[in-house]
Design a protein around this ligand. Structure first.
Ligand SMILES: Nc1ncnc2c1ncn2[C@@H]1O[C@H](COP(=O)(O)OP(=O)(O)OP(=O)(O)O)[C@@H](O)[C@H]1O
Ligand SMILES: [Mg+2]
Length: 412
């Protein structure tokens, strides 16, 4: 993806270029509007970032001219301005820009917005768009901060869903650099995401059009509890080879074969992560009751708003990863202006045991507190059509979850 950045301020130019190059984009720059208009046809950018205040020709004028030329009329344009006034915003949109950022800005926000603009523009390949995505439900488990229990919740959620409903369910490890899902389920890394990227022991990257449902199914691991796992590649280098396009395709193919797709996501807004967040109907966001986690959650909610996600898509979990002195739930909810849906109590011993043995609590036959908690969580996050009536062939796990639900209803 190629981005043209136009600004007369060399410092801003440098900062924007550095941020976007780091994010993997090819960045070209122009120092004024005239230069930009002269070079735009030869550069053929996928996106233009325009400063508003420039000598000679301002950003609005450059934007209008780009819009009036057929060859550049459809390029996404983002405006950068020093004033965040309503008038300047409206002037920008009237000139034909698609988005707008006020200087100074945070590089992460610039990156997220650029990605959103580019994504909105990229039409999905026909084959992907045409397939009815039946009734599969994609649940992304996410946090902007590490160590919040994302992998723990994703693993227990996926195994719980498979055990309650006995329907095809897949856990997808999106932590490409060092995923833990297979480890948490004690599965050997016989197949991984790497099967969908490169022919083993060769230099040959598998072209994306060769990736199909059969290949995806062959890349899955199976756990005795019924859940399938698409494990992270064995080395971080192999992880680097997976791009957002491949993620979107693989998730689409998985959705055709699975009723539930649970994603264990890394703590970033890279384009592979965004592709997964976009594909999800529900984002389970995890945070601990401390200031740093609340701050990260607040930033994440802001980005979700900017991405246009409905607030109902976000399911907030407060996870007590430490024992005491946490912030009160009410204060966190007030700070975030978002309700906390579920609280996980501090439970270090059973969780350390679970990781060391590769047996997540939700798989245990006994009704231990964590088993109950994760089973109920899986039920809450299930599809409405599943929750609303007893299944044709109820599983033992469904029966006990249902019994608990009924009991709770009675107590209300
Ligand atoms: N409620 C809890 N009580 C005690 N310890 C917890 C709790 N939840 C998670 N942990 C522990 O915190 C650690 C991190 O959990 P986990 O790996 O699930 O989080 P993560 O967000 O996926 O982390 P990473 O950033 O490594 O991907 C693990 O050792 C886990 O056992
Ligand atoms: Mg993790």
């Amino acid at each position: 993806m190629r981005i043209l950045v136009v600004d007369d301020d060399p410092l801003i130019l440098k900062m924007v270029a550095a941020t976007l190059s780091r994010a993997g984009y090819e960045v070209l720059t122009a120092r004024d509007g005239k230069e930009a208009l002269m070079r735009v046809d030869s550069i053929q950018p996928d996106l233009v970032i325009l400063d508003v205040m420039m000598p000679e020709m301002d950003g609005y004028e450059v934007c209008r001219r780009l819009r009036s030329k057929p060859s550049t009329a459809n390029i996404p344009i983002m405006m950068l301005t020093a004033t965040g006034t309503l008038e300047s915003k409206i002037a920008g949109y009237e000139a034909g820009s698609d988005d707008y950022m006020v200087k100074p800005f945070e590089p992460v926000e610039l990156e997220a917005r650029v990605r959103a603009l580019l994504r909105r523009r990229a039409a999905p390949p026909e084959a992907m768009a045409a397939k009815p995505e039946m009734t599969s439900r994609v649940i992304a488990v996410f946090s902007l901060r590490g160590g919040m229990g994302v992998s723990t919740v994703a693993t227990n959620l996926a195994a719980g869903l498979a055990r309650i409903w006995n329907v095809p369910t897949v856990l997808v490890d999106m932590v490409f650099t060092c995923g833990q899902c297979a480890l948490m389920l004690n599965l050997p890394l016989r197949n991984t995401w790497a099967n969908l990227t490169r022919i083993p022991f060769t230099d040959r990257i598998i072209p994306i059009h060769e990736v199909d449902a059969t290949m995806v199914n062959q890349a899955l691991l199976s756990h005795p509890c019924g859940v399938h796992v698409l494990a992270a590649p064995p080395t971080p280098m192999q992880g680097e080879e997976i791009d957002a396009e491949r993620v979107t395709l693989v998730l689409t193919l998985l959705r055709q074969q699975h009723q539930y797709v649970v994603l264990d996501l890394p703590h970033d807004f890279r384009d592979t992560t965004l592709a997964a967040l976009d594909a999800a109907q529900q984002i389970v966001y995890l945070m601990a009751p401390d200031i740093a986690s609340v701050h990260a959650a607040s930033r994440a909610l802001e980005v979700f708003d900017e991405l246009g996600y409905a607030r109902s898509k976000i399911f907030l979990i407060l996870n007590w990863t430490f024992q005491s002195h946490g912030l009160p739930r009410k204060d966190i909810e007030a700070a975030l202006r978002h309700p906390i849906d579920v609280v996980i109590p501090f439970a270090s011993e059973p969780l350390v045991d679970a990781i060391n043995t590769g047996v997540p609590p939700v798989i245990k036959p006994s009704e231990e507190p964590l088993t109950v908690l994760f089973e109920d969580l899986a039920f809450i996050l299930s599809k409405e059509e599943h929750k609303s009536r007893p299944p044709d062939a109820p599983t033992a796990v469904w029966k006990r979850v249902w019994r608990r639900q009924q009991k709770r209803q009675l107590q209300k």
